[in-house]
Design a protein around this ligand. Structure first.
Ligand code: NAP
Length: 300
């Protein structure tokens, strides 16, 4: 239980509602900033404006997945209020106050460092990335179906990268009956791909390996699907690029060659916002609980 904890949830989208639901169920007291247009009321949560917040008593601040933008602006889907988080606000919080966001940037790193408050980036955690790979794969399947006129079953699919997303993508498309090749650079990844019953190749060989690809799914956040690679693909290949913006594909060249290439960021929040919110809510609840227990001296 989070009884006695005071937490500010600042801005965000539908995913934040799951976090609010979970934390109020656990008996935390919440200040909701940037939610005045939300019809739903949660027992134990009070909607406030940023200038009304009592930062002195905050044990944690929860930001939306993107954190802030480079000017400190926090995205608020449920409000027209302009919410800007500053180092001055953080300096008012108690020293133990922890800031949680999905990802960070130079601005958010800068103000948390200036105020000397811990910043936790949830998307850097393996558990969050692995859970998130589930809705990401479902979104990828949706895109593959929407943008092709052939079945996934029996098609040649090339997956680039065997990280948290790549492994889930390869395994799930394989289970749907596709013929899967996976490109990686580490020998242990090539071994794992073999163990999974898939066809491994080293990324050095990518140009030869894409010659029969129906769908290429990239998870490597680096320009890897270059013009030269695209030039070797059949004209009907669909490229789905899951890597974080700007992706790993030469989209200009793909368009020039008439190959459909789609950058598909943020799939969990698009195809399954409730699940994506629950993933964050469950991990956050555990982290807040651990923090509270530590402060109460239960964990040495
Ligand atoms: P990850 O576990 O870190 O995996 C990244 C993969 O890229 C690994 O296989 C890694 O191989 C490879 N890689 C990185 N740098 C490389 C390089 N220079 N050369 C060759 N391979 C390289 O990351 P993840 O959690 O799977 O996420 C993958 C990407 O998808 C990220 O950009 C993430 O932001 C994005 N993502 C997108 C969505 C969406 O909705 N589209 C959802 C979740 C995540 P090594 O181990 O050899 O480095």
């Amino acid at each position: 239980m989070l009884t006695g904890m005071q937490i500010a949830v600042i801005g965000g989208d539908a995913r934040q509602l799951e976090i609010i639901r979970k934390l109020t169920e656990l008996d935390a007291r919440l200040s909701l900033i940037g939610f005045e247009q939300l019809d739903h009321a949660f027992t134990g949560a009070v909607k406030e404006k940023l200038d009304e917040v009592d930062f002195l008593n905050m044990d944690a601040l929860i930001l939306p997945v993107p954190g802030t933008n480079l000017e400190g602006h926090v995205e608020t889907i449920f409000s027209n209020e302009k919410v800007i988080l500053t180092a001055e606000m953080l300096l008012k919080t108690p020293e133990h106050c922890t800031i949680y966001s999905g990802i960070s940037n130079a601005y958010l790193n800068g103000i948390t460092k200036e105020a000397n408050r811990p910043l936790v980036q949830l998307f850097e955690r393996d558990d969050v990335a692995i859970y998130n790979s589930i809705p990401t794969v479902e979104g990828t399947i949706m895109m593959a179906i929407q943008h092709t006129d052939f079945t996934i079953h029996g098609s040649n699919i090339t997956v680039l990268g065997l990280g948290r997303v790549g492994m889930s993508v390869a395994r799930t498309f394989h289970a749907l009956g596709a013929k899967i090749k996976v490109g990686a650079r580490k020998t242990e990844h090539l071994a794992r791909i073999t163990e999974m019953g898939l066809t491994p190749f080293h990324l050095n060989e990518i140009e030869q390996q894409v010659k029969d690809t129906d769908i290429l799914i990239n998870t490597i956040p680096l320009l890897i699907v270059t013009a030269s690679v695209i030039s070797k693909m059949p004209a009907h290949t669909l490229i789905i690029d899951l890597a974080s913006k700007p992706g790993g594909t030469d989209f200009r060249y793909a368009e020039k060659r008439g190959i459909k290439a789609l950058l598909a960021p943020g799939l969990p929040g698009i195809v399954a916002p409730k699940t994506a919110g629950q993933i964050l809510a469950n991990v956050l609840a555990q982290l807040l609980q651990d923090n509270l227990s530590k402060r109460k001296g239960k964990i040495k």
